[in-house]
Structure formats: structure tokens, C-alpha cells
Design a protein around this ligand. Structure first.
Ligand code: SDX
Length: 429
């Protein structure tokens, strides 16, 4: 028995033996790269639901069993024991740092938390009520115009320096997206503070008062950053990879990821979940919204439910739900929407429509409730997601640039347009 699949064109009897390639875990893949050359055909797979775009060693998902590993480490163990900058190191280097490596890494990140003073002028060009994701995408893209000392994307040292800059500067930029919209002066990073505390300080401190975020808030945000750091070949990571395959500037590739994440079908769902819960209002309205979500004639979908890969609980949602409950209890917050979310989850998971389609809560279902408890405005939720995911994006970009099979991404199509025809002068149309 050979590890191949035979594709037979029954119209002609022509056949192609395609190798089956297996990885460490997960479904094997069929190598179809000779399909066009040998059988004169393409494959078509709208949404790439059954298409592997690359070989990767960074993250493994098992959607049926709700498994998420980063470089082999289960997300539950990283959430329990690690911190965000350590997870960033792991995603980039493939191994957890020893204590000296961690000290050096933390220092390296801290040496890049500032942004060029001229970059602060970019924010002024945005309308006062611009969505923070539009600001973040524009400002991150603008980083490409500042770092001409490390533009050789074929140079591993330049790539790692760019990775440090992306990870270190995202909190600075994210905080300014909030401060600009709030009419508050920008706050410089304080490198005596940890990564998460520094972000909260840059975002929420007041020039006129001392500011010290509660440890429970730092812990909750650290957890959310870990859980959002990377997630295999999701839409925004695929956008980063496609832009990177053209050998584009890495900051421009990250901006492509930010713009893709913004969509409510993707990272924008955390913002959409809270708007949906606000619209539901209280548990008496839940069934009406569940029925809307099931109605094929209604475009409404239950935000925070369903996932292309997870056909079981998103392990991140399970962790976030518990953290959300603990935070609300510990901070003694009256968060009626948490009750609505819990009841919505219960009702949906007992409904045949959701059971048959294996629609479970995903990472976005509860995360917004934690951000709200931390007084982070709804419009900033996806900015928080982008701040975390920038670590995964830049790690995946580096892996792409190091891939021996590196080539520009250039999908084909099935043409369904009109047949060839001649131009007709406007007087005769
Ligand atoms: C993220 O890819 C990643 O890893 C993403 C992410 C990451 O970390 O990067 O995990 C982060 O983006 C999480 C997903 C956040 N999005 C939402 O919560 C928005 C609501 N969810 C849906 O839009 C949807 O579930 C998607 C976009 C997440 C997945 O869409 P798919 O895989 O294309 O699924 P589908 O549209 O083919 O749905 C299959 C069926 C359909 O019904 P039928 O045609 O079979 O009758 O399930 C239905 C869909 O209508 N369905 C839903 C639904 N999600 C799917 N019905 C109601 N409400 C929903 N939320």
C-alpha cells in the first residue's frame, strides 16, 4: 500500500498518483502540485476549508477534540504557568527560554517599546471618532517608513529585530489608539513595569494622579494575551503570509493582518458579541435571538459561536469563561451580561440546530466581558486581539520567510464569466 492517492480523470482515463504527506499530528495532506501539469485541472475550495496552505511547526489545532498546542505545549498549561512575553519567545524560537534567556528577552523587548516621536503625529490625521482598528492598521503600516536599518527580509537578524519591534511597539500604539479617541495625552512606556502593566499604564494613567492597575486586572489581561497569541492559519495569519510571500515589508504584512482581523466574522466578533448581548438585554429575549440565528432568511448569526476548525469547545473559551467568572467575583462587578451570556450558551448548546452543526462558543464569546470588566471600551476589543496576535503573525511570517518551499502565493480560479466577444462601439450598443 503506497502513501498515495490516485486521481483519475474519468473523461480521459488519465491518472495522477499524488503523495500523501503526514505531519506530527492531524490530518495528512494530499500533494496536488502536479495536478495542473499532469491532468490540466485545478482544485477549488472556497474558504480553503480543506486546503493546507503551508507546513508549520508553531501551532497545532485539533478541532474535534478542542486541542490547541503552541510548539507542543497545551494552551491550558501555558495559560496556567506562562506569561505573554514568554509565549512570544516560544512562538518565535520554538522552545521555552531558560531563566537567562528570559531576562535577555524581556530586556530586548523593553528596548523597543518606544516609537519615533514623529509617529505620534499620525494619530492627529484621524477623525476624533475613528475606529481604533483603522488607526492601528494605519500607524503599524507607517512603521515601515521608520526602520530602514533592518529591511533585509532575507537576513535572520533583521527578521528577529523586526519581530522584537512589532511585539514591543503594539502596546504603545494600542494605548495611543485609545488615548487619541479619549482626548488624553499620550503616555510614554515605563520600562520598570512588566509588559501588561506597562500597557495598562500607557492606556489608563492620568497625568494628574498616581496609577497602579489592580493585580487581578494584570493577570486577566495577561491571560487574554496568551490565549490570543496565535491560532494556526486563520484568516488574518493567512493574510500576513500571503503579503509576506510577495516579499512585502513586514510591517505592511502585519497591517494586512490587522485589517483582516477587524472583520466581525474573525477578530471583530469580540466587539460584535458585546453589542449582541446588549441588544438581547436580558435572558427573556434570548430565544428570539437564537431563533433569528437559525433562520436561513436572516443574515444574523450568533456572534461568538461557531468556528471553522473547532467542532467542539474552543479550549480558549473554556479558560476565558472561568477567568471571566473569577474576575467578576473577585472585583465584585455587577455584570448582568455575564448571566445573559451563560444562559445564551446553555440554550444554544441544547438546541438541535447548534448541536447538529457543532456550533460552540469560541474565543470571542467571553473575552469582551473581561475587557469590559477592565474598563476597556468595546471599540478597543479587537485592538486588544491584534496586540496579542501580532506575536503569532510575526512568528508565522518568519517561518514563511525560512520555508524552503517559499514562493509567492498565487491561487487560480474557475472562470464563469462570458465567452470571448468583440468590442461594440457605443453608438451601436
Ligand atoms: C475567530 O480561524 C480562526 O482560528 C479564528 C480565530 C482565531 O483565533 O484566529 O479562532 C478567531 O475568528 C473566531 C470566530 C469569531 N467569529 C464569530 O464568532 C462570528 C460568528 N461565527 C460565524 O460567522 C461562523 O461560525 C464562522 C465565521 C466563525 C465560521 O464560519 P464557517 O466555518 O464558514 O462555517 P459556516 O458558515 O459554513 O457554518 C456552517 C453552518 C451554516 O449553516 P448551514 O449552511 O450548514 O445550514 O453553521 C451555521 C452556518 O449558517 N453557522 C451559524 C453560526 N456559525 C455558523 N449559525 C448561526 N450562528 C453562528 N454563529
Amino acid at each position: 500500500m503506497s502513501d498515495t492517492v490516485t486521481i483519475t480523470d474519468n473523461r480521459t482515463g488519465n491518472q495522477l498518483e499524488c503523495p500523501i504527506i503526514s505531519g506530527t499530528y492531524g490530518e495528512p495532506v494530499i500533494d496536488t502540485k502536479l495536478l495542473h501539469k499532469e491532468l490540466g485541472m485545478f482544485t477549488i475550495d472556497p474558504g480553503f476549508g480543506t486546503t493546507a496552505s503551508c507546513r508549520s511547526s508553531i501551532t497545532y489545532l485539533d478541532g474535534d477534540n478542542g486541542v490547541l498546542l503552541h510548539r507542543g505545549y497545551p494552551i491550558e498549561q501555558l495559560a496556567e504557568n506562562s506569561n505573554f512575553t514568554e509565549v512570544c519567545y516560544l512562538l518565535l524560537h520554538g522552545e521555552l527560554p531558560n531563566s537567562q534567556e528570559m531576562v535577555d528577552w524581556d530586556h530586548a523587548i523593553k528596548m523597543h517599546t518606544m516609537t519615533h516621536e514623529h509617529l505620534s503625529r499620525f494619530y492627529q490625521g484621524y477623525r476624533y471618532d475613528a475606529h481604533p482598528m483603522s488607526i492601528m492598521a494605519g500607524v503599524v503600516n507607517a512603521l515601515a517608513s521608520y526602520y530602514h536599518d533592518a529591511t533585509d527580509i532575507q537576513n535572520p537578524e533583521h527578521r528577529l529585530l523586526t519581530a522584537k519591534r512589532v511585539i514591543a511597539k503594539m502596546p504603545n500604539i494600542a494605548s495611543k489608539c485609545y488615548r487619541y479617541a479619549s482626548g488624553l495625552p499620550f503616555v510614554y512606556p515605563d520600562n520598570d513595569k512588566g509588559f501588561v502593566e506597562n500597557f495598562l499604564y500607557m492606556t489608563f494613567s492620568w497625568p494628574s494622579e498616581q496609577y497602579a492597575p489592580p493585580p487581578v486586572a494584570i493577570r486577566a489581561l495577561e491571560l487574554l494575551l496568551i490565549l490570543h497569541a496565535d491560532h494556526e492559519q486563520n484568516a488574518s495569519t493567512s493574510a500576513v503570509r500571503l503579503a509576506g510571500s510577495a516579499e512585502s515589508n513586514p510591517f505592511g504584512c502585519i497591517a494586512a493582518g490587522i485589517n483582516t482581523l477587524w472583520g466581525k466574522a474573525h477578530g471583530g466578533a469580540n466587539e460584535a458579541v458585546v453589542h449582541m448581548l446588549e441588544e438581547i438585554g436580558d435572558t427573556s429575549n434570548i430565544q428570539k435571538f437564537v431563533d433569528k440565528a437559525k433562520d436561513k432568511d436572516d443574515p444574523f448569526r450568533l456572534m461568538g459561536f461557531g468556528h471553522r476548525v473547532y467542532k467542539n469547545y474552543d479550549p480558549r473559551a473554556t479558560i476565558i469563561r472561568k477567568a471571566c467568572h473569577d474576575l467578576i467575583t473577585e472585583m465584585n462587578i455587577d455584570q448582568p451580561m455575564f448571566e445573559v451570556a451563560m444562559e445564551l450558551e446553555r440554550i444554544a448548546l441544547e438546541d438541535d440546530y447548534f448541536i447538529e452543526r457543532k456550533l460552540y462558543p469560541n474565543v470571542d464569546f467571553y473575552s469582551g466581558l473581561i475587557y469590559q470588566a477592565l474598563k476597556i471600551p468595546v471599540s478597543m476589543f479587537t485592538v486588544m486581539f491584534a496586540m496579542a496576535r501580532s506575536a503569532g503573525w510575526i512568528a508565522q511570517w518568519i517561518e514563511l520567510m525560512e520555508d524552503p518551499d517559499f514562493r509567492i502565493g498565487r491561487p487560480r480560479q474557475l472562470y464563469i464569466g462570458t465567452e470571448k466577444r468583440d468590442y461594440v462601439d457605443v453608438a451601436k450598443r
